[in-house]
Write a protein that binds this ligand. Sequence first.
Ligand SMILES: [Fe+2]
Length: 326
Amino acid sequence: MYPFDFQHRPAGFEPLENEPIFDPARHLQLERPQTVYGLDELGYSEDVLRDAPASFAATSVFRILSDEGAALLYDTVKRLEDFCTSNPRIARNVRGGVYRSKFLRDLCLSQEVTKFLSDIVGLQLMPHTIPHQLGHLNYNPKTLGENVDKWHVDTLRFDYVMFVTDPKRNQGGQFQYFKGTKEEMAALKAEGQAVPPERIISPDMPGPGYAILQQGNLVVHQAKGLTAPGERITMVNGYIPFDPDYPDYARYDQLCHADPAHVVTTEYSRHAAVQTKRFLEKHLIDQPFSDAQSQSAEHLEHAAEILRVAAEQIRAGKGQMEHFGD
Ligand SMILES: [Fe+2]
């Protein structure tokens, strides 16, 4: 169960009216990807693999939405386009659409989709508990040729990138990922070198409603600009490991660039509180009777540490926005 209802919306996030009702049976068409890449194939070391919640890196293209589901999502994201904002990485995006659109929210929180993606990753996932990390929408910049998003890694662990518009109608506009580690990308950029074409994977997206899934903090990716006039809209939905023993990967300093001040602190602190609550429930509230002194103390300390780190991040405030450029 998702920990919040959406009855309390931030100021300025009014709900859309007269929306279609999301129906998983009609609107989903979940088809497993043919290929799943591991972090080792990108060159990540044993140490990184040991610390990562899963050895999964990314998938080939797979289908999420039926034709009807894709058409309804397109109508919905067109209604949301008026709410586009900019940040240093992305010229036009809509975040927080899940507060405005119940259709988008129900898709992003869909238990069917969450279970399907968990099976691919090999780890139980849950929709991200920062609502602005759900249903993120990228719209192509007004300037032809300008990249939709620069080379970067995400400040969350798992996300899918799904085409809402039909990529076959466009020239350019590919979603791409780097066959290498983020340290290798940083080294290439530090030396002023171009990314070698043979190390760029450009999945061939057959139509709207198709996606790739990635461990977005470890897979360097970008979204190319269109090379001829057209419309390119993608949706990114974020997930966290269900098991609260995994560390929290959210980055308040980065979120501050993308999200409004009256939203980001509330969402982030609530997310930290939920992570702590789920950890406490697993280890302390639901624990059997025992004399495990040190274990109980460690669990209490761990819960306090989650909150301490979150408070430290909030006090540190906005940081330098991290990306690898175009
Ligand atoms: Fe991303």
